[in-house]
Design a protein around this ligand. Sequence first.
Ligand SMILES: Nc1ncnc2c1ncn2[C@@H]1O[C@H](COP(=O)(O)OP(=O)(O)OP(=O)(O)O)[C@@H](O)[C@H]1O
Ligand SMILES: [Mg+2]
Length: 637
Amino acid sequence: MTDLGDFGDFDADSDADSEAADEATGANASASASPPDSDGMHTDASTNATSTSPAASSPESNGDAGAGDEFEPTSVEPRGEDVGIGAICVSQGLRIAEDGDETSLRAYITRGNRSSIRIGSYLVAPYPDGETLFCRITGLEYAQQYHADDATEIHARRAMRTDGVEEADYKFVAELEPVAVLYDDDGELKRRMTDRVPKPQTVVEQATDSEEIKTGLKMPEDGVFLGHLSVGGEKVKTAASPPTIDYRLKDDYDSGDPLVFRHTLIAGGTGSGKTHGAKNILRQYLADERTYPMEDGRSVQPAVVQFDPQDEYAQMHDDNPDLDDEFARRLEREGVAYGGIDDTTAFVPKVGSASYSAGHHRAEQVEFTIPFSMVHENPWLVAGSGLNDNQYGALVSVLLPRFRKQYGADATYEEFTTFLDDPALREELDESGRVHEATFDAVRRRVLGFDHVFDQDARPITDLVHEFVRPGGLSVVPTYHINDTRAAETVVLALSSLLIDQKLSNDPTYDRIKETPLVLGMDEAHNFLTDADSVQAGKVITKFTEAAKQGRKERLGLFLITQDPQDIDDAVFKQINTTVVLNLGDEDAIKSVNIPSNLESKVPYMEKGQMVVYSPDNSEPVELIGLSKCLTRHGRD
Ligand SMILES: Nc1ncnc2c1ncn2[C@@H]1O[C@H](COP(=O)(O)OP(=O)(O)OP(=O)(O)O)[C@@H](O)[C@H]1O
Ligand SMILES: [Mg+2]
């Protein structure tokens, strides 16, 4: 609205006066502007065909309506058809600088386009020589067109009686962040840093060309499908078919390593779609044609081992009954693998008398147990969270080696307890000054209580390695049926240590593990990779950190899923290259995932299946929408 300062005697309660004021101020605003009907031809506000110059008047803004038509009508509507949504303006500063903070890039948005513009949208602005500036809207602002004070009683009262805003009275300016300059290199579209400034009055358009958008955002053409590019919860649409833009994670050695071996984190609150999303990604790793070259020249399909505290992943064996033919055809067109994975086996830990029921999936089941002999390699498995450094030292340097020497490398847990029950041993170690009695007792107390974990009545996992790690196969380890969390933890950590140790070893016992690309998936990862202050947590973190560091070389990818990312140790976090964040409400959790602030602010508002992806070596940070259907079975009836 315009300045009403002239109308000192204005009576806000009089409608007649208020009409008059409106008309009169309209005249102020656009003395030589268009005639009453010039806007009658206005296209409807949602198209972007018509642009009106800022000074153009609106239907009711003809000040002379009641005073006779003395002026020649002069149209200010530019002739011809409008393209784009507005133009780069210089009046507010136009500057591209090395330092992003010193960059100023703003575009005036024409009236018809204003309501459809959203923060985060991608725009393109051409340079005269054919190059294009690719940018993103980071701010939207109404600014005053004329000097006026609209914080007045009269403005407010009038607004309360009418619908809508007189757009012509305001400038609508979009603040842009330059993302990249796009240029043609022998027929191929390429990107480089923004090193030039667009001309004033350059027309900006919504980016709608798939190639421009993918190049602008550095999105790879091929790779593992994660979802469709979106802005503010809506898929970005192009004129192509399909109109959506697929986001893929680089999965070859053309430039760098496949990102799977540089590790993935999926974080999201309860019910945000983590498992649904994780299954859809894991399904891609198990696509028939997906293989990775090994050092010996073979091309090998990856094995996926998934730790599964909620007993949900064995269902990946089965098709999703809700995935209809039409959806399937779309997936095929987009090159997305779907359907149950025949080669799925549930490796069911036998723990005490806990029984596993598998009514919700049809995958094969194999029972296994953890042999106590694995503790020699990983003594912290029996340390729980209780041992201090001194006690742990006694266990590792004295008790276990002694036990091994006396009973042999394959001796059982039961034998170990017998060994510790020997008062003569306790006395001897105390007298020789090697292990104080109190320390001995403390260790003994803490390592007891694993009778239901080790050496149960099932095949030891060490005998099942060939079945457990299969190229192209999915092995799921459900632990929901184990109601003792310490036991479940021990099983998961024993298996993951076995896989990691063999992968990283220069002299592996199990070549199968060493020679198969491996994706190690862990749902509820915060329970295992905590930054808790205990011997066990410390050892686990060191192991996983080391695994993460060497994964690239050894073709070992960690695939962590969690609702409490803030509980995962930083050392592990630092090694993760691809972070996928679904809806997260907790502020500490959001902070902990370490994504750019523009993505951070979206996270609490995201709906099921919406995600942001921060994978600096893959693309610019983006927002995606995951597939609405699970590619395999998910959920129980
Ligand atoms: N993109 C999506 N579109 C539609 N529905 C979805 C989408 N993602 C997930 N869902 C549905 O939302 C529900 C919860 O999803 P999911 O089980 O993956 O959540 P979660 O984050 O793993 O939850 P929890 O914390 O309980 O493990 C499921 O029924 C799932 O199918
Ligand atoms: Mg889940």
